[in-house]
Design a protein around this ligand. Structure first.
Ligand SMILES: Nc1ncnc2[nH]cnc12
Ligand SMILES: [Zn+2]
Length: 329
């Protein structure tokens, strides 16, 4: 039995495995520029975040109907459950779909049809987090938040993703203020490729409660002390960092130093279909590369539930935490 864990940094579009991409392409009459799943997998050699994003957005062309989004989420939940995920907070990128003429309602309702059965089918509780694309305008983000208003009962929070450098958090001050007024939780990608300053800005200007990635905070000791003092969770994605060349090898990952600095770090998969592993694979990979002992793995799992947006269901959080404590390696 795998270690129970929460996954807090997972883009549902990044769970699109080549086999499902081809099946949906066929069903929807979409032509893919690859002859086989093997040929598509060959394209998964990235030089940086942008080279990945180009393929990630292109492949989304196969996602057209609510049933496509339901199938996508079902496939993720089944794999996640097999790797010990008990709670998943799932990002989606509405603008990547509305730009192709797929309404936000198609996306949310399709995902919700899967998530509604996730507990009973896969034993996983879920939350949905809607991300704004930071390389699009602030006006587009505001329009997206407006379009999401009929679905806010399904959406727990907002996030910020896509190409980071040159798109600082402050660009989205207004939309995050509006999200806060609407009672939404706030997170943002920061310090993946962008500088430590973006992490600070996400906290101070956007009021985020968690930082997605946040790796480059390590370049700023004062910021590290603050993140530790304020118990700000960082949702790390080790296999992603290697595949997107943020670090050279897993052995170079600063996870151990981050734990030693008292940071509330968690381990997640980001875009598992593209980066070679789901949540449990990321735990196994850092265990092996960094020689983490069982108690350090237990700390990571504990952190994942502490950092989860489970404030509306504390008995559940307590249950998950007791599963972590009772786990025998
Ligand atoms: N790792 C990542 N960074 C930024 N945007 C993303 N969208 C999907 N995965 C992402
Ligand atoms: Zn991400």
């Amino acid at each position: 039995m795998p270690l129970p864990k929460a996954e807090l940094h997972l883009h549902i579009e990044g769970t699109l495995e080549p086999e499902l991409a081809f099946a949906l392409a066929e069903r929807n009459g979409v032509a893919l520029p690859y002859a086989t799943t093997g040929e598509l997998r060959e394209a998964y050699r990235f030089s940086d975040l942008q080279s990945f994003l180009d393929l990630y957005y292109a492949l989304m062309a196969v996602l057209r109907t609510p049933e496509d989004f339901t199938a996508l989420a079902d496939a993720y939940l089944e794999r996640a459950a097999a790797q010990g995920v008990r709670h998943a907070e799932i990002f989606f990128d509405p603008q990547a779909h509305t730009a192709r003429g797929v309404p936000i309602g198609t996306v949310v309702e399709g995902l919700a049809a899967s998530l509604d059965r996730a507990e009973e089918r896969y034993g996983i509780s879920t939350r949905l987090i809607m991300c704004f694309l930071r390389d699009e305008s602030a006006e587009s983000a505001l329009a997206t938040l407006e379009a999401a208003k009929p679905y806010l009962d399904r959406i727990t929070g907002v996030g910020l993703d896509s190409a980071e450098v040159g798109h600082p958090p402050a660009k989205f001050r207004e939309v995050y203020e509006e999200a806060a007024r609407l009672g939404l939780r706030r997170v943002a990608h920061a310090g993946e490729e962008g500088p430590a300053e973006y992490v600070r800005e996400a906290l101070d200007v956007l009021g985020v409660e968690r930082i997605d990635h946040g790796l480059r905070c390590m370049e700023d000791p004062e910021l590290v002390r603050r993140l530790a003092r304020e118990r700000i969770p960082l949702t790390l994605c080790p296999l992603s960092n290697v595949r997107l060349r943020v670090i050279d090898t897993l052995a170079d990952h600063p996870l151990r130093e981050m734990l030693d600095a008292g940071l509330l770090v968690t381990v997640n998969s980001d875009d598992p279909a593209y980066f070679g592993g789901y949540a449990g694979d990321n735990y196994d990979a850092v265990r092996d590369a960094l020689a983490l002992d069982p108690e350090q793995l237990r700390v990571l799992a504990r952190h994942s539930f502490e950092a989860a947006f489970l404030d509306d269901d504390e008995p559940r959080r307590a249950r998950y935490l007791s599963e972590v404590e009772a786990y025998t390696f």
